[in-house]
Design a protein around this ligand. Structure first.
Ligand code: GCB
Length: 607
């Protein structure tokens, strides 16, 4: 699915702003046909935004089930001969969309786009009413999973097993768009290198109605560097400018569909020429070893929740550059495509993750000491969940396959991975990821400390080792000497497998402004000492090719005895101000202390 775009053949209208909004406490909206009339008793709601933190009562903030959004839109008069579509970048978690009196599409999954052709339901030059039923319920068959439990007070409550607040709503932009009837449906790019020559293999899908395809590749100054005709082929670029860390050099591919010499449709796509490969324990970008420095992040902000906001993300990118990060993981779900575009332009590497998080009864029961379930069983995560998980992997890769910034796929975060059931669940999914990506990027998942080296049955299927470890925090709490011993022992074990290792999470909750000498957990001093200790161990193990601190910034979680006003492992506060540790990490990542940072990898830094 190609993103909405304005060009000579396509037009779009962003439907962001204030929509009418109503809670559907008793789930009667569908039977009472709330979509068929202006939404009664409506309040206003911002799109894009989570609705939760707009409200002041717990019942509204933690509402479980359906809510409705509605707005009128005027369909431009000039769109009469075009296909008209409505495109949602992300609705969390389940959406049913109605245009005037008709349901036009239903979609499961809160972090990926969907669209539907509504040409037959609307009239150019006339208004249309768009209503969306949004449901935040998580079940064993959703990704991420959850379960509805009845509280002691007899109320229905959503239980979920991941450590971030279950924000819901229309989280990213909504578009009304016009596209030619006969159109370009998809473009796939695979780049390679032959010496200094860049190779851009392209394929353009444009339905079965025939026509000629032409493609042009322009450099960043707009000069044509290569051209070709045909639905698939290779463009060669002499002395190609490579896409690299801190150097998000982008060419632009323009694909045109013509019938009898007449332009029918066109689409423009940024293209970064780069290669990604694994060689033994090294991760190679353009044939050179890279060391990932950065964070697991969250789309999370005060009031907006998970609503996308350009200003907030520009600030995040500036903070990443300031601290000298060259990469991040889209923990724990696919981020807005605007974020990946930014990463493409800035030359930041991305580990792109599915929303498969919280699939681990061991963590739910063990760490959080709650009633637990079997992770995999007929009644919990089962074959239906697996089929949906496979669809989500395919959809993620279909959406993000052309981004040069995306260098690794993570198909899940911290699932149960030490059992036979886990092996059976994940084996086909690793294959789905491998076969879905035309670029064959490395595929992995993020391993939890409950399945250490020697016990994990899923990591051996993967191209690299990605592990979250909290030595010195959840275990060996406050005892960094022992934490270093444990870290060294386990990392040496993984290193023996001969694959690159990325520490995808390590961190310590830190209350900003809390100081203690000697350093005690939760203090700013402890976060500094903890990170120094971990970095000292990582530097001893050559197979460790990446360090992603958990987390970039403090973020909202459900309430509980493990969290004080959310998760405080941020190196930045929730409003993106540095804790003490940020300055220490900055010195390491900007080249001062990390012996493995080469000049080419410091590119993302700015003063
Ligand atoms: C983890 C999870 C992450 C949590 C983090 C923590 O392992 O992957 O979602 O937020 O630990 O802080 O406990």
């Amino acid at each position: 699915m190609l993103r909405p775009q304005d060009n000579r053949t396509r037009e779009s209208k962003r439907l962001d702003g204030r929509w009418s909004f109503r809670f559907d406490q008793n789930d009667v909206g569908r039977t009472e046909r709330w979509y068929a009339t202006p939404l009664a008793d409506a309040r206003e709601m911002a799109v894009p935004s989570s609705y939760n933190d707009i409200f002041t009562t717990q019942a509204e903030r933690e509402h479980v089930g359906a809510v409705w959004y509605q707005r009128d839109v005027f369909v431009p008069r000039g769109w009469a001969d075009q296909r008209i579509l409505v495109h949602f970048e992300a609705v969390t978690h389940t959406a049913a969309v109605y245009v005037n009196d008709h349901e036009v599409v239903a979609h499961r999954g809160g972090y990926l786009p969907f669209e539907v052709d509504i040409t037959d339901r609307v009239t150019a030059g006339a208004p249309a009413r768009i209503s969306v039923r949004v449901d935040n319920t998580l079940t064993w068959q959703t990704i991420p999973p959850g379960v509805i439990e009845t509280t002691a007070a007899g109320e229905q409550a959503q239980r979920y097993f991941h450590d971030f607040f279950n924000y819901a709503g229309i989280h990213r932009s909504v578009w009304l768009m016009a596209r030619p009837h006969h159109s370009i449906d998809d473009i796939t790019i695979v780049t390679g290198l032959d010496g200094t020559t860049g190779l851009v293999d392209y394929s353009v899908a444009a339905g079965s109605a025939g026509g000629e395809i032409e493609v042009t590749l322009r450099d960043a100054r707009g000069s044509v560097v290569a051209e070709a005709t045909g639905a698939a082929g290779r463009l060669t670029v002499n002395d190609a400018e490579l896409w690299g860390i801190g150097r998000g050099y982008l060419y632009e591919l323009c694909a045109r569909l013509a019938v009898d010499g007449e332009l029918v449709d066109e689409y423009r796509l940024p293209v970064g020429i780069r290669t990604v490969a694994i060689d033994g324990t090294q991760l190679l970008l353009n044939g050179e070893p890279v060391h990932l420095r950065g964070f697991g992040m969250h789309e999370d902000h005060v009031t907006l929740g998970k609503g996308h906001n350009d200003a907030m993300w520009l600030r995040d990118i500036e903070c990443l550059k300031w601290i000298g990060a060259n990469s991040f993981r889209t923990s724990h779900y696919p981020y807005s495509e605007d974020v990946l575009d930014l990463a493409d332009r800035e030359g930041i590497l991305v580990i792109d993750e599915t929303p498969a998080v919280g699939m681990n009864a061991g963590i739910a029961g063990g760490i959080f000491s709650q009633e637990t379930y079997a992770t995999f069983s007929d009644d919990t995560i089962n074959g239906d969940t697996q089929a949906f998980h496979a669809d989500v992997i395919r959809d993620l890769i279909a959406r993000d396959k052309n981004h040069p910034s995306v260098v690794i796929w993570s198909i899940a975060n911290e699932p149960e991975s030490d059992t036979e059931a886990a092996e059976q669940y994940f084996r086909p999914l690793v294959d789905v990821a491998r076969t879905s990506d035309p670029q064959r990027r490395p595929v992995g998942f993020v391993n939890v400390m409950l399945a250490p080296h020697g016990r994990c049955r899923v990591t051996p299927m993967c191209d690299l080792v990605m592990i979250n470890r909290y030595w010195g925090w959840y275990v060996q709490t406050g005892d960094l000497d022992s934490a270093m011993v444990a870290a060294r022992a386990e990392l040496e074990g993984w290193a023996g497998d001969g694959k690159p290792i990325i520490i995808t999470e390590y961190g310590a909750d830190t209350q900003p402004g809390m100081h203690s000498l000697p350093a005690d957990p939760w203090s700013e001093e402890y976060q500094v000492d903890y990170l120094d200790a971990m970095h000292a161990v990582f530097d001893e193990i050559p197979a460790v090719v990446g360090e992603h601190i958990w987390n970039f910034a403090d973020f909202a979680t459900r309430s509980g005895i493990m969290r004080v006003g959310g998760n405080k492992k941020g190196v930045f506060t929730r409003d993106r101000q540095p804790k003490t540790a940020a300055h220490v990490v900055r010195r390491r990542w900007r080249g001062g202390l990390d012996p493995r940072v080469t000049q080419s990898q410091v590119g993302a830094c700015s003063d």
